[in-house]
Each structure stands twice: as structure tokens, then as C-alpha cells.
Ligand binder design. Structure first.
Ligand code: UDX
Length: 446
């Protein structure tokens, strides 16, 4: 019999994982402590914008017309413990307020709630991004609390999904990492992932600490790559070079690769910034802080990008924001997402507002989240409305629809045809030909 699956925590990671497991043919029960979220998901709706996720959910959620009925949701740990053979823990691990370390309270609470109810053999699989050493601690706690004792086992199986590509990354991952301490646990994970494994997805079996470290080191590498190209952008600006050409040229070397070399206002979101900080904090606790001092530099290059964008905008409006109107295109931390957590675009918009400008923001999907976080900024219903009367336009999240904007149409309503491209994603020629002063980070001024 195929194992029955539960997914604890139904944020980006959990909601996608639950729908994907149902798609792979398993009976799935998703749990969240937030009843509003459970009500929404049970009605076949997703509480965030993620391409393809709502469709996938509706194909499987019980009660939805024409669905497989394999996916249900609950707020009850009792129900989850009775139902599941494999329990995926997908709760979030945010940065602690005022500290670098990550906050383990949701993971700990998931284990403390589930374990005492496990009366039959079960594999608990951690997916959340945690400080190395957590899995060993949680495994001990699990067998201590579970009525079935050693028959409640732990595995660590980090998740690498990207927002905007969550469904595709979950159904067709680049690799599956299985941190296990027994053959039985490995066998169960191979069964759960039989479909991607049959399609050739590499399966890397490790111990607990390595599995935890794969995730944090992968994110650190990606963050380093972005800050590397942004450091090159700083040098290009000083030397009148072109970072876009430079990235293209170094990317042809397969050892370097083209991806994650887009210079701009840097990385944000719910993962990369907090993961590199938590990694530094944990390395410090382990006495290995020197190994990761470079991540401090990665973080500070990244944060410097935002300040630099603000300076360029201030220069563009004549040295002071007072009495100036600034249009901001983009609020989400990246395109195809409505997530504004640690969004470079909103951070720049907020700084400019604090310095006295009247800021108007437009984002195709992130408006509600942006309004909730920065209620004092101005918001417009379209890009055209946002730029009306603007003294400078800032392009800060590279949505496809911004690339398709007509510079003539926008030019007719702005106060001054000036645009700063914070993502190096617009075509400079198109804007310059329409008489705009176009400037981008790390590129010659012209
Ligand atoms: C990241 C990892 O990619 C993913 O594997 C992990 O599971 C979670 O964290 P995500 O946060 O969804 O995923 O976004 P990602 O696509 O990695 O982008 C992160 C940030 O870097 C965004 O703000 C993006 O705009 C920025 N970025 C990305 C750049 O500035 N330049 C680049 O070349 C690439």
C-alpha cells in the first residue's frame, strides 16, 4: 500500500508540496494552525500568487468538482497523526527579531504537537531550512515523545523550490537530498519520490548534518554569485565599464555559468537574506565563524545596492527629493510572485519616501501585500497611472509587462523622461530612442 502523506505547514513550501504529492498519486492531508488558511485551501484557493499552484490544488482538493479528491486539509494534529505514514514538516523558519539567528519556534512546536500523538510507526521528514544540528536534536526529541518510541523516525529532506517556479521545482526537482540514519527511512523516501526518481532525478543520500548544510550552502552560493556580479557592477560604474556585457562574457565559461549573474538592486525575499545570516550565526556557535566571514561581505554588498539606487534617484531629481514625484515599478522581491518580504524594490521606495519624495508604486501582483507593509506609500492601479507626473521612474522588479511598456505612451504623462533601471532588464535603446534619459546600475551613463 502506498504510504499516506501529511504536510504540516501550508505556506509556499507546504501548500506546493501537498498539491504535488497528491499529483504524484498519494492520499494527502495538509495541516496548518491557521484556520483561515485551511478554509481557503479547502475551497481550492491559494493564499498567495504562485503560477500554476491554484490549478494543481483544484485538480486534487476533495469536494472540488472533477478533482481526484486525494487532498484534504485540517487544523487537527490528532487527525494528522492517525492518518499519516509519512509526515512532512514544512513550517517556516524566519529570522529572529534583531538577531541573525533563525527562529525555530514553529519547527519545535510542530514536533512537540505531533510526536506525542504518534501511536503507529511513522517517518517524520523535515523540509524546513534549519541550523545544522537541528535534525539530530529533533530526532532525539521525537523518539522521547512518541508513544511508538523508535518506530517514529526522522529524515531530513531539504527543499530547493524557487517562488514563481514552485510547482515545477517540486514536481521536477534538480536533485533530491535524503538525510537518513536507517535503510528503512531511505526506502520510504525512495517510494515517495518514485516518480521523479524514475524520470532520472539524482538522489543524494547523506547524514543529517550534511543534508541540512546542502540547503544553506546552496543558498549561500547563489547569494554570493549575485553579490559578486553586483560588486563588479560597482567597479564597472567607477571605470565606465558595462556589467551586463561582462556577465555575458564570463558566463560563457561553463565553470562560471550564465545564471544568477544579473546585476541590479540585489537579492531579497524570504530565503536568501535570512538564510545567509542564520548560517553565519550557526557557524559562530560551532566555532567556525571565520569560514563564513565572506558572507558578511555578501550581505553588505547586497544592502549597499539599495542605498546606491536611492542615491542615483536623488541625483536624477536634482539632489533633493523634497517636492519631487517618484514612480516605482515593482514591489515584489522578484517577478511572478506577490511576495514582498525583504523586497529590495519596496525598501528603496520606503527610503525615498522617508527622504521627502511623493512615491507612487505599481506592481502586477504584489499591491495588497505592499500596502499592508508600507501603508504610507502611494499606490496606482497601473504602470501608466503610477508614472503620471513623475520626475523620475524607477524600474525595480523585472516583470515581463514592464519590459513591454511603450516609452512613448509613458513619456506623454511623466513630468520628466528619466528612467533608472534597477534590474538591467529594459532595452536601453528603446527608451533612449524615445528621448528618455535611461540609466542602469553598472552600465555606462551615455
Ligand atoms: C531561493 C533559491 O533560489 C531557492 O533554491 C531556495 O529554495 C529558496 O531561495 P527564491 O527566494 O524564490 O529562491 O528566489 P530566487 O529566484 O533565488 O531570487 C532571490 C533574489 O535574488 C530575488 O530578489 C532576485 O531578484 C535576486 N536575483 C536573482 C538577482 O538579483 N540576480 C540574479 O541574477 C538572480
Amino acid at each position: 500500500m502506498a504510504p499516506k502523506i501529511t504536510v504540516i505547514g501550508t505556506g509556499y513550501l507546504g501548500a506546493t508540496h501537498a498539491a504535488a504529492m497528491a499529483e504524484l498519486g498519494f492520499e494527502v492531508l495538509g495541516l496548518d494552525v491557521d484556520p483561515a488558511k485551511i478554509e481557503l485551501l479547502s475551497a481550492g484557493r491559494v493564499p498567495m500568487y504562485e503560477p500554476g499552484l491554484e490549478d494543481l490544488l483544484r485538480q486534487h482538493v476533495a469536494g472540488h468538482e472533477g478533482s481526484s479528491g486525494r487532498l484534504r486539509f485540517t487544523t487537527s494534529y490528532e487527525e494528522v497523526a492517525d492518518f499519516g505514514d509519512v509526515h512532512f514538516v514544512c513550517v517556516n523558519t524566519p529570522q529572529k527579531q534583531g538577531e541573525y539567528a533563525c527562529d525555530m519556534r514553529y519547527v519545535d512546536s510542530a514536533f512537540e504537537s505531533l510526536a506525542p500523538l504518534l501511536r503507529r510507526p511513522a517517518l517524520v521528514v523535515g523540509k524546513s531550512t534549519v541550523p545544522v544540528g537541528s535534525a539530530s536534536r529533533l530526532a532525539a526529541r521525537l523518539s522521547e515523545l512518541a508513544p511508538v518510541g523508535e518506530d517514529a523516525e526522522l529524515a531530513w529532506n531539504p527543499e530547493f523550490l524557487r517562488e514563481g517556479f514552485a510547482v515545477q521545482d517540486t514536481l521536477r526537482p534538480d536533485r533530491i537530498v535524503a538525510g537518513v540514519t536507517s535503510e528503512r527511512a531511505e526506502k520510504v523516501l525512495r517510494e515517495v519520490y518514485a516518480a521523479p526518481l524514475a524520470a532520472g532525478t539524482p538522489f543524494v543520500v547523506t547524514d543529517f548534518p550534511t543534508a541540512e548544510l546542502v540547503k544553506t550552502s546552496a543558498n549561500s552560493f547563489l547569494a554570493t554569485k549575485i553579490s559578486f556580479i553586483n560588486a563588479m557592477a560597482e567597479v564597472c560604474e567607477a571605470a565606465d565599464g558595462d556589467v551586463v556585457k561582462l556577465a555575458e562574457a564570463i558566463g560563457h565559461d561553463e565553470r562560471i555559468g550564465k545564471k544568477f549573474l544579473r546585476a541590479g538592486i540585489g537579492f531579497g525575499g524570504g530565503c536568501l537574506p535570512k538564510d545567509i545570516r542564520a548560517f553565519m550565526a550557526r557557524a559562530g556557535e560551532l566555532g567556525a565563524d571565520q569560514a563564513l566571514t565572506f558572507l558578511r561581505e555578501v550581505d553588505s554588498i547586497n544592502m549597499r545596492r539599495r542605498g546606491h539606487m536611492v542615491e542615483l534617484a536623488r541625483d536624477a531629481v536634482g539632489g533633493s527629493f523634497l517636492g519631487k514625484r517618484v514612480a516605482v515599478l515593482g514591489a515584489a522581491f522578484k517577478p511572478d510572485s506577490d511576495d514582498v518580504r525583504d523586497s529590495p524594490a519596496l525598501n528603496v521606495a520606503g527610503q525615498i519616501h522617508l527622504q521627502g519624495a511623493q512615491v507612487t508604486v505599481f506592481d502586477p501582483k504584489g499591491m495588497d501585500n505592499a500596502r499592508a507593509l508600507f501603508p504610507t506609500l502611494g499606490y496606482a492601479p497601473s504602470a501608466l497611472d503610477a508614472v503620471r507626473g513623475a520626475h523620475v521612474v524607477l524600474h525595480l522588479t523585472e516583470w515581463r509587462e514592464f519590459r513591454e511598456l511603450d516609452p512613448e505612451e509613458l513619456g506623454a504623462v511623466v513630468d520628466d523622461r528619466r528612467i533608472l533601471d534597477g534590474r538591467n532588464a529594459l532595452d536601453p535603446e528603446v527608451w533612449r530612442q524615445a528621448d528618455w534619459t535611461y540609466r542602469a546600475l553598472g552600465r555606462p551613463r551615455l
